[in-house]
Design a protein around this ligand. Structure first.
Ligand code: AMP
Length: 201
């Protein structure tokens, strides 16, 4: 199954991506994670991406799309994948559609996690991640950057909801609730009732 997980920063995409991908038996591919690994590893890609990430801006499409194409060409993504944090612009979505089209593939479903903005700000300001055994705040989770990232989402990424809805592929799900409840809503939207089994089987 080929799935995109859409939703604003703080909606719980990373957590849900891992859980949903595990249940579907496909790799979870997070562009944010790939960028962060490249920044820590001080690779050329990381050096190009860092300033945009620190500012809470999107990394330019040409860098991001090339990176995703490479990742999707790896053998583990052949039978399916769950994309977390990509696409984030209409142009990225169009390029994803044409790259998949060249392989005779298409997306099966786009799941949008819906959370209101006050809740997002609350979640992001309190969010911490584990780095070298310590809980730290991501640089781009600082309050001013959070507000900027939400603005970027509203302007550049939110239009994807209409884009995928018009293709008939969108399921919007309420992302307020326990982690398990949200995963269950996503699996239902994907038509999968039990781990690894499709309801149409
Ligand atoms: P995330 O972990 O998904 O919130 O991503 C962290 C940061 O990585 C974003 O604020 C962007 O700077 C960059 N990034 C991740 N995915 C994309 C994408 N699809 N297009 C452009 N920039 C991205």
């Amino acid at each position: 199954m080929r799935v995109v997980l859409l939703g604003p920063p703080g909606a719980g995409k990373g957590t849900q991506a891992q859980l949903i991908a595990e249940q579907l038996g496909v790799p979870a591919i997070s562009t944010g994670d790939i960028f962060r690994a490249n920044v820590s590893g001080q690779t050329e890609l990381g050096q190009k991406a860092k300033a945009y990430m620190d500012a809470g801006d999107l990394v330019p499409d040409e860098i991001t799309v090339a990176m995703v194409k490479d990742r999707l060409a790896e053998p583990d993504a052949e039978e399916g994948f769950l994309l977390d944090g990509f696409p984030r612009t209409i142009s990225q979505a169009e390029q994803l559609r044409s790259s998949l089209g060249e392989l005779g593939q298409s997306l099966d479903r786009v799941i949008e996690l819906v959370v209101d903005e006050d809740e997002l700000v609350r979640r992001l300001s309190g969010r911490r991640m584990l780095v070298d055994g310590e809980m730290v705040q991501r640089d781009d989770d600082k309050p001013e950057t959070v507000r900027h990232r939400l603005g970027v989402y509203r302007e550049q990424t939110a239009p994807l909801s209409g884009f995928y809805d018009s293709e008939g592929r969108l399921s919007r799900i309420d992302a307020i609730g326990s982690v398990e409840e949200v995963t269950a809503r996503a699996m239902k939207a994907l038509g999968v009732d039990k781990p690894g089994q499709s309801s149409s089987d």
